[in-house]
Each structure stands twice: as C-alpha cells, then as structure tokens.
Design a protein around this ligand. Structure first.
Ligand SMILES: CC(C)(COP(=O)(O)OP(=O)(O)OC[C@H]1O[C@@H](n2cnc3c(N)ncnc32)[C@H](O)[C@@H]1OP(=O)(O)O)[C@@H](O)C(=O)NCCC(=O)NCCS
Length: 171
C-alpha cells in the first residue's frame, strides 16, 4: 500500500500539499528538501535526485524517497550514505517526516522498514538513527524496526539531547 518513490515531476503537486500541511501545523522540512523561490518543479526534482551522486558541499550523498499512498505523497525519508561531521551527533543515516493527516497509521514504521531493505542500506550495514527523547513517535518508529538504544547525548550546538540507536540492515 505504501510505496517509496524517488522524487518525480508527477508527484510534485502532491509533495507541495504535504509541505503546506506541515507548515499549517507549524512544521517544516529542512531547507534543502524544499523548492527554492522561483525554482522550476523539474529543477527541484532533479536537484533532490542529484543529492545521491553529486550533493552540494558540504553534504554527504543521500538517497531521497517520497512515501506514496494512493498517488499522494504522505511523507519523505532520506538515507545518508555515510556519517560525516555533525551527522554522528544529530541526523544519523536516516531522517523522515510524515504528513500530519497521515500520522498514527504506521506509515513512518513502514517507510523505515522499506528503506532498510534497500541495497544501499544493506551495504551500509549498521545505521545510526537519532531522535529527540521528547519525540515518542519517532523513538517507537525506530524501536519497531529493530533499533538498539545506544545512548542519549547532549548536543551543544542545538542545546538539546538526542537518543542514539543503531539498526543493522540485514543483507
Ligand atoms: C515521528 C513521525 C515521523 C511518526 O510518524 P507516524 O506515521 O505517525 O508513525 P507511525 O504511525 O508509524 O507510528 C510509529 C510508532 O509511534 C507511535 N506513535 C505514533 N504517534 C504517536 C504519538 N503522537 N505519541 C506517541 N506515540 C506515537 C505508534 O503507536 C507507533 O508505535 P508502536 O508501533 O510501538 O505502537 C511523525 O510524527 C512526524 O513526521 N513528526 C514530525 C517530524 C519528526 O519528528 N521526524 C522524526 C525526527 S527524528
């Protein structure tokens, strides 16, 4: 029922509905995942897909997926190919959001499950996932996918704590 698809032009308008619904809930995707002002939809989609092979400095390569249910973009999930710099503290290998009206229906768990089955995730093997101790839904999403709690760290530059979990993607 839920399908992970790489960003594509046909899904652009549904993606925009997703980010507008996030905004209406006072939430926002990270800047580089959003269209720039005056950026054409096809350029935006290409830019997201290029992050896999030619990311803008200083970012590491990452594969971006949109979660699609019945033709609607209901979330997004990214798989970073390696940890560099601050990613070892905040961010880790995988990040995700689910569209507010689709939450609480198992879609975050399913997106994470499917990403862990990708050849890239299996090649990485051991994946770091980080989330706020105050985000029960995200902590449970990770635990439901085999996350093993490692530690809670205080991250100076965000003045906040992050739980660290490791998941082994089975090959
Ligand atoms: C975190 C987030 C992705 C969860 O998405 P979701 O689709 O609602 O999650 P699921 O329906 O797959 O549920 C995952 C688990 O969280 C639990 N859960 C869902 N909503 C919850 C809530 N509001 N409070 C407590 N637990 C909750 C579910 O019961 C499930 O746990 P279980 O399997 O042990 O029962 C979503 O809330 C979101 O996008 N939040 C904003 C962005 C964010 O926090 N991203 C993660 C950053 S680390």
């Amino acid at each position: 029922m839920l399908e992970l698809r790489r960003p594509e032009l046909d899904l652009f308008s549904s993606f925009i509905e997703f980010i507008e619904e996030m905004r209406a809930h006072g939430q926002q995707l990270w800047g580089p995942y959003l269209p720039k002002e005056d950026e054409l939809p096809q350029d935006f989609v290409s830019r997201l897909n290029l992050r896999e092979t030619a990311p803008e400095a200083p970012f590491v390569p990452e594969t971006i997926y949109w979660g699609v249910v019945d033709g609607n973009v209901i979330g997004r999930i990214s798989l970073r190919h390696r940890l560099e710099g601050n990613l070892s503290l905040v961010g880790g290998h995988i990040g995700y959001e689910v569209r507010p009206s689709y939450r609480g229906r198992g879609f975050a768990k399913e997106m994470l499950r499917q990403v862990l089955l990708t050849p890239r995730a299996k090649a990485i093997g051991r994946l770091l996932l980080t989330c706020s101790p105050n985000n029960p839904a995200s902590n449970r999403t990770i635990l439901a996918n085999g996350g093993v709690f490692d530690k809670t760290v205080f991250v100076d530059f965000i003045h906040d704590e992050r739980n660290h979990y490791w998941i082994t993607a089975q090959s």
